[in-house]
Design a protein around this ligand. Structure first.
Ligand code: 13P
Length: 344
């Protein structure tokens, strides 16, 4: 404060400069490029080699976890990657149903899940009891269940699918009557691609996708009129109607190749995907489709695992996933049928 002849004077306040807005995963977890992170990643890789472990990470994981992993991918790629005989241990960096599916497919291997609390709201939206109730209502329907579901629900289903092959899975089913669970947005999108089938859709949703609203996406599009919008099929129908491409997370990275002259892409899925997109296409710009710092398109469960958790999982062999053998047998059948169907 200045004191002048006329009494105290207040200095004009300097403008408040906000930190530059980063769109997406840089906001979450450790900085993958920091020297201490790099050291930790090297230690984790050495431990994994000693313990004959493969580290799998989903595309939504924090960037540092993706850098530590041997394989990063979508749900289908990771289910397939888990199926290799040379490893004794699988460390799954994702959410619980993913690690559980890896155990179902590899009952003789140790499957480690570094953070016990990393669940999935979509998978939690369906239970054994609720599927039994829906099956009673639609007894002559074939049950197609998204991989984002608990093992006991998979065991009660005829076949599983992922976002990468959901349309092909539904087409592959002989029955014209389908009960699709648990994601209503994915189910509705699949039903639109396969009009020859009668698809009854369960009422679950992924909150990280379902919160996205068309008005926000349109505003982002107005700010970037030449941008291509790539959306995950777990988004609502009005978002998908605006999208140029609708596909699984792994396919999102590849679809950029279709647009060699496009500089800017709007991305409608969980913000973790930006790590792989930016890595694969450093000369392009990727912006979250809500125009926000990935704050709506953010799954808190996917961001729980830290490098310290991953290291501890390898050192202490924790937390081991177990699935009761009868449940695993039924779930395995539904997953193996799914893996036999190619990507859409
Ligand atoms: P992908 O199989 O497309 O990676 O999707 C997984 C998922 O959980 C989407 O919410």
């Amino acid at each position: 404060m200045l004191i002048s002849k006329n009494g105290p004077q207040t200095q004009p306040k300097p403008p408040v400069l906000l930190p530059p807005v980063e769109s997406g995963n840089e906001m979450c977890g450790e900085d993958p490029a920091a020297p201490n992170t790099q050291t930790l990643i090297r230690e984790i890789r050495e431990l994994a080699a000693q313990k004959k472990a493969v580290i799998l990470a989903h595309n939504y994981q924090p960037g540092a976890i993706q850098e530590a992993a041997h394989h990063v991918g979508d749900s289908l790629a990771l289910a397939l990657a888990a199926n290799k005989p040379e490893y004794e241990r699988i460390v799954f960096c994702g959410v619980h149903f993913m690690a559980e599916a890896a155990k179902v497919l590899n009952p003789d291997k140790t499957v480690l899940f570094p953070h016990k609390a990393a669940g999935c709201s979509l998978a939690d939206s369906i239970s054994l009891e609720s599927l039994e109730e829906w099956k009673e209502r639609y007894p002559d329907h074939t049950v197609v269940t998204y991989i984002n579901s608990p093992a006991e629900v998979k065991a009660l289903s005829d076949i599983c699918c992922t976002s990468a092959n959901a349309v092909s899975v539904v087409r592959s089913v002989k029955n014209d009557k389908i009960l699709f669970t648990p994601d209503r947005n994915l189910g509705a999108w699949v039903a639109r691609q396969v009009p020859e089938k009668q698809v009854v859709i369960y009422d679950g949703a992924c909150p990280s996708h379902d919160v996205l609203r068309g008005v926000n996406v349109k505003k982002t599009q107005e700010a970037h009129p030449d941008a291509v919008l790539i959306a995950h099929p777990e988004c609502r129908e009005d978002i998908l109607a605006l999208a140029h491409e609708i596909c699984s997370t792994a396919a999102m990275v590849d679809r950029v190749a279709k647009y060699p002259h496009t500089k800017t892409f709007l991305v409608a899925t969980e913000s973790g995907i930006l790590h792989q997109m930016k890595k694969a296409w450093p000369d392009r710009q990727f912006i979250m489709a809500d125009g926000c710092v990935g704050c709506r398109l953010h799954c808190p469960y996917m961001k729980m695992i830290t490098l310290a958790d991953l290291k501890r999982a390898l050192v202490e062999d924790i937390h081991q996933i177990e699935v009761p053998p009868d449940v695993a047998a039924g779930a395995r059948l539904a997953l193996e049928r799914m893996m036999a169907v190619p990507r859409d």
